[in-house]
Design a protein around this ligand. Structure first.
Ligand code: AQP
Length: 331
């Protein structure tokens, strides 16, 4: 008997150059997931404009991110991979669900608090309501599971709350999604302040490594990574900089922490940092080479994102129509 594959939804913002944090924390897992699940991935350009974007840059970042994710291994034959603004159901459902979400619920979102501190000159309403757009992104596809890192638990909780609220006011309409915690998920921290996560939009370029960065810069950034005044490579709660480098090295090489400690016993931080940098470079070079091929082929990119948008539009229309009928709109 054939069993229906579960649906997974996930998205990434084209708000800058994709980082090693995005790759190790999300994209690398997406590649594995597409083998066993019905995966729907999106480039969340609508989310990106909650922070002011230069139009030309946003277009460039979106196309580059699309090519890069294909280079990382997202396969449009296996997964739907679309650009969010190409599928109009997202903003339509988001507006409706705004009216089923409480002001208090959005006020408690920590990302809103963090981002309004970071962008104090542009605390726009989109920054406040974007979690509802995220709720719509997920619910439109009757998503069973959402892969989440620790920074996104609150968003999934809100999605579940809104879905359950709508289902109980009307009748079952949305699948209530479960979190999917990947076996090898990692939170990668800033190379300059290892208590903060590595971020595309961090104003300090030394804090992050981009997937498309050239090898010399990658090595320099790892050599400059902030660590501590000791010299022994070991995992310890008081050594966030070294822990972060060990996590990166472990994600890339598959080595366990005790193996890494043995490998670098008595060798000091300099050698360790160089080895982490080299391992990252060897992992990224094949991706960079594939990227160069994809980005040249604009026709192929367009074919992929248009076909995927059509599929996404078709699936999400079904959910939106159901919602509109239940709310009382004439359709
Ligand atoms: N440092 C990180 N470590 C592990 N996972 C990370 N992710 C982001 N940073 C790290 C994961 O990447 C996916 C896509 O993230 P996003 O682009 O939608 O938004 P974000 O989490 O806000 O990422 P950035 O890089 O920090 O972007 P900006 O600077 O624009 O806000 C998510 O699954 C996220 O968990």
């Amino acid at each position: 008997m054939e069993t229906k594959q579960k649906t997974i939804f996930s998205a990434i913002q084209p708000s800058g150059s994709i980082t090693l944090g995005n790759y190790l924390g999300a994209i690398k897992n997406w590649i594995t997931l597409q083998e066993n699940f019905n995966c729907i991935f999106s480039l969340a350009d609508l989310h990106a404009i909650t922070v002011r974007q230069e139009a030309k840059e946003l277009r460039k970042n979106t196309l580059e991110a699309y090519a890069l994710l294909l280079a990382c291994g997202i396969d449009p034959q296996k997964s739907i991979f679309f650009i969010q603004s190409h599928v109009n159901t997202h903003t339509q459902l988001a507006w409706i669900l705004d009216c089923y979400t409480q002001f208090g619920e959005l006020s408690r979102m920590t990302q809103f608090k963090d981002k309004s501190k970071k962008h104090a000159d542009n605390i726009n309403c989109g920054l406040f309501t974007y979690p509802v757009l995220m709720v719509a992104d997920i619910l439109l596809y009757q998503t069973d599971m959402v892969p989440i890192g620790s920074d996104q638990k609150q968003h999934l909780e809100l999605t579940r709350t809104v879905a359950e609220r709508f289902n109980s006011i009307y009748s079952p309409t949305f699948t209530v999604p479960e979190p999917y915690i990947p076996k090898s998920g990692a939170k990668i921290m800033s190379l300059q302040d290892p208590t903060k996560k590595m971020s595309k939009s961090d104003s300090n370029a030394n804090s992050r490594v981009s997937i498309l960065e050239n090898p010399d810069d990658i090595i320099k950034k790892f050599k400059r990574a902030v660590t501590d005044s000791e010299s022994s490579v070991r995992y310890d709660k008081n050594k966030p900089g070294i822990n972060n480098l060990m996590i990166i090295y472990s994600c890339i090489t598959g080595k366990k922490f005790d193996e890494i400690e043995k490998e670098f016993d008595g060798r000091g931080y300099g050698e360790f940092k160089a080895a982490v940098g080299e391992s990252v470079i060897s992992h990224l070079i094949p991706i960079q080479n594939k990227y160069k091929e994809f980005i040249k082929d604009k026709e192929y990119l367009e074919k992929c994102y248009k076909e995927s948008a059509e599929k996404a539009q078709y699936i999400s229309n079904k959910t939106l129509n159901k919602v509109m009928k239940k709310v009382g709109f004439i359709i």
